[in-house]
Design a protein around this ligand. Structure first.
Ligand SMILES: Cc1ncc(COP(=O)(O)O)c(C=O)c1O
Length: 404
């Protein structure tokens, strides 16, 4: 006999069916059993592979006893002070970030970028399903968040002709009215484009006019080539005297080259942080004590960040020497966004002939016209991650040059 709570089969749950497999699963399918033509080198995954600084290892060892306690969702007072001091210093905020009100720790920025929509998504907006807009191509987590929270994702092309930045203001008025949130990434993954103060100001004015949230993914803010990028918190404070409607996301995966630490933060509008904190108190992950202590040490130290940035600058210089005018130097981040006519074909060839693993740009984008693969803004590109040591990168790029 069946239990009274037995469900004969799961009802059809289409909410996440619009989410394709992740980019690396698609790359594994594309390359399948194809043998690499040379000793394999992967420039596909953006895994920063930093050496763990000694001071991080020391702090972890010293604080291991705190594994014996549940940590608080807001972290420790020490973490909050270190993170707030970094934000105030780095973005010249004159102390506007209050450690108790304007920030929260995240177990890596990704989980925060995903879960933030759940407590903040209205049931409807302008009488219809809310829309969450994002650049196209984009970090795939944004679409999962939009779909998971019941909103309609809207992919706004980030094309070469608009500096690889989405033009949200060009959306039709009826769409703007339904916007609940936009994700914007600067420096952007994959193109390395940067939003300047003018872009931020226009975006905040649009957000105020149409009452939507700005979710600024600024994970790569500390990895830049010629000058520091203009950042969201600075621009919003200058424009409005506060942070309303803005949440900005930062990551030690990139700043400190420590992706395995799983440590980031979200900062901005105190009312939004309040709601997010309340939701996380029920459903969010907390950051373990030793990781909070190690993270606080990382937010306080700039020496390892400067050293880290110099290694990226050296890698980018080497790439320019090898690829010349076949590449465009990004403004920030650690990816090259190479136009190769057909990214999938090129990635397959790079693997088969040269043993170099690259990510087809299309796997980070969506077709603008369904069924037309070429309408995907990433179609003609490959993304190249400069995360290996310098000599491996040089070898791989010399092999890639053979195919250009
Ligand atoms: C644009 C972007 N946002 C967020 C993340 C997530 O970073 P974290 O390691 O802090 O979760 C990444 C990681 O690759 C990224 O590229």
């Amino acid at each position: 006999m069946k239990h009274p709570l037995y469900l004969p089969r799961m009802p059809n749950l289409p909410r996440m069916s619009a989410l394709p497999p992740g980019p690396f699963a698609r790359l594994a399918t594309l390359l399948g059993d194809v043998k690499p033509g040379k000793e394999p080198i992967s420039l596909a995954i953006g895994d920063p592979r930093g050496a763990v600084p000694d001071f991080v290892q020391e702090v972890l060892a010293k604080t291991a006893a705190s594994f014996g306690h549940y940590p608080a969702i807001s972290g420790t007072q020490d973490w909050r002070q270190a993170a707030a001091d970094w934000l105030n210093r780095r973005f010249r905020l004159n102390g506007a970030i209050d450690p108790e009100k304007n920030l929260l720790p995240l177990n890596g920025t990704r989980e925060g970028l995903f879960s933030v929509l759940f407590p903040l998504m209205p049931e409807s907006k302008a009488g219809a399903r809310p829309i969450v807009a994002m650049p196209n191509p984009f970090y795939q987590c944004y679409a999962a968040a939009a779909l998971g929270s019941g909103a309609e994702p809207l992919y706004v092309p980030a094309l070469k002709e608009n500096g690889f930045l989405p033009d949200f203001a060009s959306l039709p008025p009826a769409t703007l009215e339904r916007l609940a949130a936009v994700y914007i990434c600067s420096p952007s993954n994959p193109e390395g484009a940067v939003t300047d103060n003018g872009y931020w100001k226009d975006l905040f004015q649009l957000a105020d006019r149409h009452d939507f949230l700005v979710l600024a993914d600024e994970c790569y803010a500390d990895i830049w080539f010629d000058s520091e990028p203009d950042c969201a918190l600075t621009a919003r404070l200058a424009q409005s005297g506060g942070f309303s409607r803005l949440l900005s996301f930062h990551s030690l995966s990139k700043r400190s080259g420590l992706p395995g630490l799983r440590s980031g933060l979200v900062a901005g509008d105190a009312a939004l942080i309040d709601k997010f904190r309340a939701f996380r108190n029920v459903a969010g992950p907390t950051m373990p004590g030793p990781l909070l202590a190690a993270s606080a040490a990382c937010w306080r130290d700039e020496t390892h960040v400067t050293a880290n940035r110099i290694t990226y600058q050296e890698r980018m210089k080497a790439a320019e020497e090898i690829l010349g005018n076949r590449m465009q130097r990004p403004k920030g981040g650690f990816f090259l966004w190479l136009d190769v006519n057909n990214g999938e074909e090129f990635a397959l060839k790079a693997w088969r002939d040269q043993g170099v693993r690259l990510l087809p740009g299309a796997y980070m984008g969506r077709e603008i016209e369904p069924g037309k693969t070429q309408s995907n803004p990433g179609f003609s590109y490959v993304r190249v991650a400069l995360v290996n040591d310098l000599s491996t990168i040089k070898t791989a790029l010399e092999r890639v040059r053979e195919l250009l």
